[in-house]
Design a protein around this ligand. Structure first.
Ligand code: FMN
Length: 371
């Protein structure tokens, strides 16, 4: 058996992806009341050709108030589902059949009701149709953010049901993977972190209690998914503040998720404490993924400032993670995977329509792809 590398297949629970590159979820802030638009058509059709083994669609609100902005994608209505069917069906028709498609199901909690990043990114103001947000505790995310409502038992049930219903819709749409967003300071992370969760009931205090709601959501979602689909989660490996979640707590959470039927975790960091100082540099979150991987048996994905083929390959060959996710590098260059395969000497199937642009058939590729 040869050692795993960037272009070796990977089993993730019931599915197998053809290589170790995943497209990280990326909000496009281009939906209409949660419905995918023509922007999503071009975005996902472009990524469909990327040859990434797994493409995870952006954070998708499971209820209307769970969207980050008015323009975030949602999966809480029949109209949302129909709009996504149009986009996904088109993208799947041009992707190679072994490409796996995932959707990130999310609830923004107290970080909802904000402007799009390019409109300021701050909390919506009077006149911008703001809404009452929900969280583990009635603690605003930061200055100028409104105070969220602490979810009571009916609220917890409502949110859990919203995740379940969205999972049913995702299964009907033919997704291969559901990724729960339990990171970046959104609702499930708000429950997990002692910085945002000050509850005194069964959902706050000890790690076991803080994990309770995210695990209940995972269980509810898994119960709605057919066996052919994989469930995963984006988790935080480090909060970049004293007394926050660290890799030991993250590994405990990953193990508990696995017990609920999760097949992978994508280890990211930060986002829950405003003003936390995050030391960003290439591979900056890889040690968090490696630490989680060392303490678990779940498939572990690394993400964050991975932009070079050799760098990505090394993360896999050194055993620090089983899979890598790229966000900005794939937006910057949707042909990243093709070029990475060329550099590493791996064979992937190019769309025959575009084959004449590859290094094999066009010497100009040397000029076009320096380094
Ligand atoms: C435009 C954009 C949108 C993003 N939206 C999401 C999202 O919907 N869900 C999520 O978990 N992370 C989101 N992220 C974070 C990325 O998935 C990724 O973790 C981060 O950008 C670091 O990876 P990179 O250095 O490869 O870009 C977003 C990042 C960008 C640049």
């Amino acid at each position: 058996m040869t050692a795993p590398h960037l272009f070796s297949p990977l089993a993730i629970g019931p599915i197998t992806v053809p290589n170790r590159v995943a497209v990280a979820p990326m909000c496009q802030y281009s939906a209409n009341d949660g419905c995918a638009s023509d922007w999503h058509i071009q975005h996902l059709m472009t990524l469909a050709l990327s040859r990434a083994g797994l493409i995870v669609l952006e954070a998708t609100g499971v209820e209307r108030i769970g969207r980050i902005t008015h323009e975030c994608l949602g999966l809480y209505s029949d109209a949302n589902e129909a709009s996504l069917a149009r986009v996904l069906d088109a993208a799947r028709r041009v992707a190679t059949p072994d490409t796996a498609w995932g959707i990130q199901l999310a609830h923004a909690g107290r970080k909802a009701s904000t402007q799009r990043p390019w409109e300021g990114g701050g909390p919506l103001q009077v006149g911008e149709d703001p809404w009452l947000t929900a969280s583990a505790s009635a603690l605003p995310f930061a200055d100028k953010y409104s105070t969220p409502e602490a979810l009571d038992s009916a609220g917890l049930e409502r949110v859990k049901n919203a995740f379940s219903k969205a999972a049913v819709r995702a299964a009907r749409l033919g997704f291969d993977v559901i990724e729960l967003h339990a990171a970046h300071g959104y609702l499930l992370h708000q429950f997990l972190s002692p910085h945002s969760n000050k509850r005194t009931d069964a959902y706050g205090g000890s790690l076991e209690n803080r994990m309770r709601f995210p695990l209940e959501v995972a269980r509810a979602v898994r119960a709605m998914m057919p066996a052919r689909m994989a469930l995963g989660a984006r988790i935080t490996g480090f909060e970049w503040v004293e007394g926050g979640i660290d890799t030991t707590e993250a590994a405990t959470f990953a193990n508990a998720l696995q017990a609920e039927g999760c097949s992978y975790v994508c280890v990211t960091s930060g986002g829950n404490v405003a003003g936390a100082r995050i030391a960003v540099s290439p591979n900056y979150q890889v040690p968090f993924a490696a630490a989680v991987k060392a303490q678990t048996t779940i498939v572990t994905r690394a993400v964050g400032m991975i932009a070079d083929a050799a760098q990505a390959n090394e993360i896999i060959t050194s055993g620090q993670a089983d899979q890598v996710a790229l966000a900005r590098a794939l937006i910057d260059n949707p042909r990243w995977v093709w070029h990475a395969a060329e550099k590493i000497g791996a064979k992937i199937a190019y769309p025959p329509q575009y084959e004449r642009a590859t290094a094999k058939l066009w010497r100009g590729a040397v000029l076009a792809r320096p380094g």
